[in-house]
Write a protein that binds this ligand. Structure first.
Ligand code: IPM
Ligand code: MG
Length: 365
């Protein structure tokens, strides 16, 4: 049996609680589905600032580079929030994305049939929602230079820069088309081409890639209109590909469709292949570190557990295991178990650990 090394960065706030549950799930199903999994844990984010003074210590980065995949909890918290500070936990995330060249961030949005009532939109709008966001993750305004505050003739001023070259656009758009072919064969490219030069480049390159995939339908939508369509007719979208910051904003908006941010997973993929011949990647729930509920067994571990399912699929090639985990997650929701973020009538409230145990119980049936 092949052995997979997973780097585990529990991070801050509720990160350690939810990651422990995802790790238990991976432990339970790895061997049964064909891979022995070895976990190596290291500090990241605020926890790493406290321990070493750096949000992304060299040893943690080296571990991430050598692992077959990375499982991450969440980073950040009020303790490290001083905007004037030179070190911030979020730098760990951006550093990992840049150093591992994790250019494609996959964020699936689905609506579980029994959780529909927990979402603030009407059932008719939510029926059939199944969107996969592919957010570009290593370019755009997050990394463009110059990015600085300075003293100008008129006083304080600041500048940020959006920059993309065509190869950065092409690789993520190609990945999006590849995924769309396995799904409902539709790609929506989101931009602000009426204003931004980078958006016009995105449109051009996406059209060229689209021409190589005539079986996939391509549409371009302006980002402001997309913000509205996502709430009015979310079921119309299949794969949505967009640049870094638009993807950041639209995926938080889209998370509302699923009833709770706590349920949503993500995968950040790069080009390099791991010892399984698959893309190495970083897997984390979309939610943050939620310091207000940390350490109280209140967090929803399903986002982290679903991220583990994506890890099994994309970095270890264990599709059957991934499907089993996703079915177990869906199963516990069918059984009426809910963490505090998802209170609904006729359901039973459970803590983070009990929710994780229930998923494992389902998996082992
Ligand atoms: C996300 C987060 C990060 C981002 C922050 C924490 C830097 O919002 O992963 O969506 O903006 O990319
Ligand atoms: Mg975000």
């Amino acid at each position: 049996m092949s052995e997979a090394t997973i780097a585990v960065f529990p991070g801050d706030g509720i990160g350690p609680e939810v990651t422990a549950q995802a790790q238990a799930v991976l432990e339970n199903c790895g061997e049964r589905f064909g891979a022995a999994i070895r976990f190596v844990e290291a500090p990241l984010g605020g926890a790493a600032i406290d321990a070493t003074g750096k949000p992304l210590p060299d040893d943690s980065l080296a571990l991430a580079r050598s692992a077959d995949a990375v499982l991450l909890g969440a980073v950040g918290g009020p303790k490290w929030d001083d905007p004037k500070s030179d070190v911030r936990p979020e730098q760990a995330l951006l550093g990992l994305r840049r150093e591992l060249q994790l250019f494609a961030n996959l964020r699936p949005i689905q609506v579980h049939a029994r959780v529909v009532e927990a979402a603030p939109l009407r059932r008719e709008i939510l029926e059939g929602v199944d969107i996969l966001f592919v957010r570009e993750l290593t370019g755009g305004v997050y990394f463009g230079q110059p990015s600085e505050r300075r003293q100008g003739a008129a006083g304080r001023e600041a500048v940020d820069t959006i920059a993309y070259d065509e190869s950065e656009v092409r690789r993520v758009v190609e990945l999006a088309f590849g995924i769309a072919r396995e799904r409902r064969k539709k790609v929506t490219q989101v931009d602000k081409a009426n204003i931004l030069a980078t958006s016009r480049l995105w449109r051009e390159v996406t059209k060229e890639v689209g021409a190589e995939h005539p079986d996939v339908e391509l549409e371009d939508v302006l980002v402001d209109a997309m913000a509205m369509h996502l709430l009015r007719r979310p079921a119309d979208f299949d794969v949505v590909v967009t640049e870094n910051m638009f993807g950041d904003i639209l995926t938080d908006e889209a998370s509302v469709l699923s009833g709770s941010l706590g349920m949503l997973p993500s995968a950040s993929l790069g080009a390099s292949l791991n010892s399984f011949g698959k893309r190495s990647g970083l897997y984390e729930p979309i939610h943050g570190s939620a310091p207000d509920i940390a350490g109280r067994d209140l967090a929803n571990p399903l986002g982290s557990i679903s991220s583990a399912a994506m890890l099994l699929r994309h970095s270890l090639g264990l599709e059957e295991a991934a499907v089993a985990v996703e079915a177990a997650v869906s199963g516990v929701l069918d059984d009426g178990l809910r963490t505090a973020d998802l209170r609904q009538p006729d359901t039973r409230q459970v803590g983070c650990a009990e929710m994780g145990a229930a998923v494992i119980e389902r998996l082992s049936r």
